[in-house]
Design a protein around this ligand. Structure first.
Ligand code: PEP
Ligand code: MN
Length: 348
């Protein structure tokens, strides 16, 4: 069976408000969006709030508005978040075209299991957002559970991760995680939700372009007729006009059939440099083992905080000299140092 989220041509675009707030809000947004480019409308009907006391969605009332709007706009395809089996049942009763499993739910296999029981034999298309933590197996596990429920149209949505350091984003994009997901599941459509990554509308253009440059299959973006008065996620929602303006500026890069000679040459160079890096790393680890022996003979602890501080400081200065982002070098050296300590501890 065909996966409706898979398109060979232009990326699939899902747009609409964070929350469905009223019939007129939804009508306004649907009328304002460019229908030839936006295949799907989104809108949260049940809102999972991190803290109690906020707007939790309009629930059943909103489903009736969606049924009415689908009669008014027959081409409309609507999707919303489900977190409980009864949400799935209500969506099916009201003709919702697809559902997504939200980030807070994906991380809980029991909840995903219950939703999947309700999805069994329904053929309702499902989008699976990444869990809040960068645990790729929890994400893949939820996707597998949905597929096992007999759902053919499944896609993943990258919405960033909630970390201690989110680098100025609402959720840290950690692009390497969706890239690894795509490597492990190359046939699964992968969409990006830049709104929940950015958290601020100023960041959206750049995030959307990055997603396109990384070959995502589509975008899910929050668009609201008057974002500043939105009941949820006011800072990150775009007006339909701003959204359309960004969409027009995006460049959708295509893979050409044949690789240009210059690119081939540069890739060979990269492969060569990588081989050298691995060789150097192995030499560094061998030297580490020798250091462990000397430390052992002299009854010294493996981890020497002062020495580590000096090593790191020197590397950061070198990074600066070479025009490399010091925070990248810091991350890299923390990994290298951790491996070195591990090797030294397991020496005997
Ligand atoms: C949403 O899309 O409105 C939402 C709550 O998303 P997430 O699960 O990614 O936080
Ligand atoms: Mn939102």
């Amino acid at each position: 069976m065909h996966n409706i989220f898979k398109t060979n041509e232009s990326p699939i675009i899902i747009a609409g408000p964070c929350s469905v707030e009223s019939l007129s809000q939804m009508r306004q947004v649907i009328q304002a969006l460019p229908h030839n480019e936006v295949a799907w409308i989104r809108g949260g009907i049940w809102k999972p709030r991190t803290r109690p006391g906020g707007f939790e969605g309009k629930g059943k009332e909103a489903l009736q508005w969606i049924s009415d709007l689908k009669r008014e706009f027959p081409a409309l395809r609507f999707c919303t978040e489900v977190a409980q089996p009864e949400h799935v049942e209500l969506c099916l009763q009201h003709g919702v075209d697809a559902v997504w499993i939200g980030s807070r739910t994906t991380g809980n296999p029991f909840s995903v299991g219950e939703i999947c029981n309700a999805l069994q034999n329904t053929h309702l298309p499902v989008l699976v957002k990444n869990p809040m933590t960068p645990d790729i197996n929890l994400w893949i596990g939820a996707i597998e559970r949905v597929s096992k429920a007999g759902i053919e149209s499944v896609a993943a949505v990258h919405r960033g991760f909630s970390l201690y350091n989110n680098l100025g984003y609402r959720n840290n994009p950690l692009w390497e995680v969706p890239i690894e997901l795509k490597r492990q599941l190359p046939d699964l459509p992968l969409l990006c939700d830049p709104s929940h990554i950015g958290g601020k509308r100023e960041l959206l253009h750049q995030l959307m372009q990055t997603a396109m440059d990384l070959h995502f299959d589509g975008l899910m973006i929050e668009v609201h007729p008057s974002p500043d008065s939105a009941l949820t996620d006011a800072d990150q929602q775009l007006t339909p006009e701003d959204f359309f303006a960004i969409l027009k500026k995006l460049s959708f890069r295509k893979d050409s059939e044949s690789t240009p000679f210059e690119l081939k040459h540069l890739r060979e160079q990269i492969d060569l440099i990588d081989a050298q890096l691995i060789h150097l790393l192995s030499e560094r680890l061998e030297t580490s083992k020798k250091i462990a022996e000397v430390k052992g003979q002299n009854n010294m602890a493996v981890y020497q905080p002062k020495r580590w501080e000096e090593v790191l400081e020197r590397k950061l200065a070198l990074a600066q000299e070479h025009g490399i982002d010091p925070s990248f070098v810091k991350d890299l050296y923390e990994k290298i140092h951790a491996e070195s300590v591990k090797v030294q501890l397991s020496k005997d």
